[in-house]
Write a protein that binds this ligand. Sequence first.
Ligand SMILES: NC(=O)c1ccc[n+]([C@@H]2O[C@H](COP(=O)([O-])OP(=O)(O)OC[C@H]3O[C@@H](n4cnc5c(N)ncnc54)[C@H](OP(=O)(O)O)[C@@H]3O)[C@@H](O)[C@H]2O)c1
Length: 249
Amino acid sequence: MSQDNIFSLQGKSILVSGASSGIGKVIAVSLSRQGANVLVTGRNEQRLMETARKLEGSGHSVIIADITRAYDLEKISDKVTQLDGVVFCAGIIDYMIAKNIDMNSLDEIMTVNFKSQIALYQKLHQNKKLNKNASLVFISSLAAISAVPATLAYAASKAAVNSSVRILAAELAKSKIRVNSISPGLIESPLLQNSVLERESIQTSFSKYPLGPGKEEDVANTAVFLLSDASRWITGTTIIVDGGYMLNN
Ligand SMILES: NC(=O)c1ccc[n+]([C@@H]2O[C@H](COP(=O)([O-])OP(=O)(O)OC[C@H]3O[C@@H](n4cnc5c(N)ncnc54)[C@H](OP(=O)(O)O)[C@@H]3O)[C@@H](O)[C@H]2O)c1
């Protein structure tokens, strides 16, 4: 391992799902700045191309795909080279109080946020696309361990991710593949801007963060660390990135 810059991603190929927007987009750009060859995926071609234009360096790839479709997962796996890292960032949110949750919405959230992530991992593993020493990073959420009303479906989907990370880490350690998740608190991304939450309630929520509102870059920097050799002895864990929110909650 070179000690020159152990946070460097030079020479690593890394797939980022959910790269057409918000946190995934900033992660993809940050990885390219550290020298990675980045493969970005998402459904919206126009926004994905916008991400691709912001990537530094050359040789990056764009894969238009809906991770809930088996055919598209096959397409992702076919198009990727051997991978040194994957960021599972695609996700959706819906706010519903428990007594009103309709089962279709629950299914949709569990499918996008949990089942499709596992299906993508399986496809890459089956097709031997994950290099020895690869690092898998799942973008979870602080919601999984907090108790905010109307987030049951979302929180449960992210709790499933956190549990899966520990199991995957145990299963893959023999291949020296590391598996971790990042649990961000509230980040001002399109996910939040397009949600049903009122501006005022978002501001009230941000006031509960001792270090102030979080940025997409805060999550991206943590992802860079987890994908780099600097974190070579870290696996099966969830890193909370929340500006101190949990100190008071
Ligand atoms: N923002 C926050 O406060 C916050 C906090 C904690 C955790 N997170 C997590 O961070 C991740 C990114 O969130 P964000 O805030 O960046 O949201 P965002 O801006 O809405 O981005 C969501 C991304 O997920 C992709 N996506 C959704 N459904 C998909 C599907 N079926 N197939 C493929 N891609 C799909 C979207 O792609 P298309 O638009 O191309 O469909 C988009 O790139 C999510 O997992 C979210 O749960 C967010």
